[in-house]
Structures are given as C-alpha cells and as structure tokens.
Design a protein around this ligand. Structure first.
Ligand SMILES: C[S@@+](CC[C@H](N)C(=O)[O-])C[C@H]1O[C@@H](n2cnc3c(N)ncnc32)[C@H](O)[C@@H]1O
Length: 250
C-alpha cells in the first residue's frame, strides 16, 4: 500500500503533502508523489492506496472499491428520531462503549442524543478513515459536527480493551458485530466486509462485558442469529426489520 495526494506534488499545498507523509508513517508504508499517475495506474502499480484530499481521506483496494467517511444512515436516524437503540438506554448522558465502531453511525447517533461515547475498532484502515472523518467531516450542521467531534475512538480489539478496564466502570456496552447473515444495504459494504474484523461473541467476551458494564449489554444482530438465545438476551422484536436489538440487564 502507498499513500498519496489527490493532485500531484506541484499542485498539492505543503499541508496536504505533510498530511500524506504523516499518514504513510502511521501505516508504515511509502508516501509517493503521484506525478501524472491516474488512480487506475496507481492501483495497477501499488495494489492499494490511501489518497489524501483536502476534505477527506479515501482508501482504494485492488478492485478499485473505495472506503471513505460519510454520514450514511446516521443523518436519517437522527432526523427521524426513530432509533430503537435509544429506547434501551435509560437516563441521560450515559457512558457508552461502542465495541464495534465500523462507520460510527450508531456512535454518532448516541453521541448526538447526549451520551458519552467511546468507540473501538479493530481494523486499522477502517479506524483511521472513520476517526479522521469524525474529527474533520463537515455535515453542514453544527450540532451533528459537535456530536462527531465528542466521540473518543481507539484502534483496538474490544476484548483487549475490556481486559484493561475496571469493573463496573461503563454504564452501557453496545456491540454490533458483523452479521452472519449479510445484509447488502450500503454502497460501502463489500470493501467494508473485506476489511472488517469478523470476531464473534464467545464466553470470554461475555464474561468481560458483564464485569465492566454497570447497567446493560446491548447487542444488535440478525433476527435469526442464535447468539440472542445462547446468552439469554431480552429481544426487542421489530416488525419488518431484518435485525433486532437485545439486551442483558445487569
Ligand atoms: C457491523 S460493523 C458496525 C457498524 C456500526 N455499528 C455502525 O453504526 O456503523 C462491525 C465493525 O466492528 C468491527 N469489529 C468487529 N469485531 C471487533 C472487535 N472484536 N473489536 C473491535 N472491532 C471489531 C469490525 O471491523 C467492523 O468495522
């Protein structure tokens, strides 16, 4: 993988080039001045790349699929105030650990409605693209921008993170692992799928979540996922929905 800018060195300002050099260092790969190379030529030569634009950062894989930060359904959820997840959370300004950040749509929604959100993402590329977007993306609405900026993110596996936390230190733990039954509902899904951590829930994770959470563990999963029954989640059924929320009260 290489990192470059959206225009060549001659046209890029110093800031853009410095940012690209910084990102290349972070990913332990090379920064290159793209000269006259098109994206097709860059991918042909280097396999995959990260392109730094003034307003956004884009990861492109060998199939020319792109991953970049966008608000996707978060904006819709906020606008409609129709967020089943919020109904499971009692009280205001709760501390919430989102163990599976992904594109951060749930984290943004929870933060927007006043909760204190920390979000974990195992994959380094997803984490970089999304945390950078949370810091810099301009939604055009100051309250949504503020909600994004408030989220604290970590590039870490959630089980490793939990093991370092004190008992009963977080009000709610939320997780939305990759579906066993895939739902194709996002333009980013196939590149996202190929990068995302596919960890499933096991006894070790359940024990750590039960130790660290004060109030509830909340799970979003496909309605047919046997995990709800295996660990005795209270299921919130939703007519017509492909996925359900479940929770364990502590
Ligand atoms: C289904 S997506 C989550 C989508 C997210 N709720 C949203 O609103 O955009 C799952 C994400 O969690 C990450 N993930 C899965 N298991 C993880 C783990 N054990 N630790 C940290 N991240 C994990 C995956 O890499 C993926 O990005």
């Amino acid at each position: 993988m290489i990192v470059t800018t959206n225009v060549n060195k001659r046209k890029a300002n110093n800031e853009l080039e410095e940012e690209a050099i910084k990102v290349a260092k972070y990913f332990n790969c090379q920064y290159i001045d793209r000269g006259r190379l098109t994206v097709k030529e860059l991918i042909g030569k280097f396999g995959e790349c990260i392109i730094i634009y003034k307003q956004k950062t884009v990861y492109i894989n060998k199939n020319f699929e792109e991953l970049y930060f966008h608000l996707d359904t978060a904006m819709l959820r906020i606008k409609n105030k129709c967020v089943p997840l919020l109904k499971i959370i009692e009280g205001r300004e709760q501390s919430i650990l989102d163990m599976t950040m992904g594109l951060a749509r749930d984290s943004i929604t929870l933060s927007y409605f006043g909760h204190k959100v920390e979000a974990l993402e195992d994959n380094k590329i997803i984490h970089y693209i999304v945390s950078n977007g949370l810091k810099k993306f301009d939604s055009g609405k100051s309250d949504i921008n503020e909600a994004m900026r408030r989220i604290k993110t970590y590039n870490i596996n959630s089980l490793d993170f939990l093991k370092k936390q004190e008992s009963k230190s977080i009000d709610y733990i939320y997780l939305d692992p990759m579906f066993i039954y895939k739902i194709k509902d996002s333009s980013n899904i196939s590149i996202f799928d190929s990068l995302a951590c596919q960890d499933s829930i096991n006894d070790d994770l359940m024990n750590e979540m039960t130790r660290v959470a004060k109030k509830k563990i909340i799970l979003k999963a496909h309605k047919l996922d046997p995990i709800f029954e295996k660990y005795n989640f209270n299921i919130i059924e939703r007519v017509g929905a492909k996925f359900f929320y479940g929770y364990i009260g502590l």
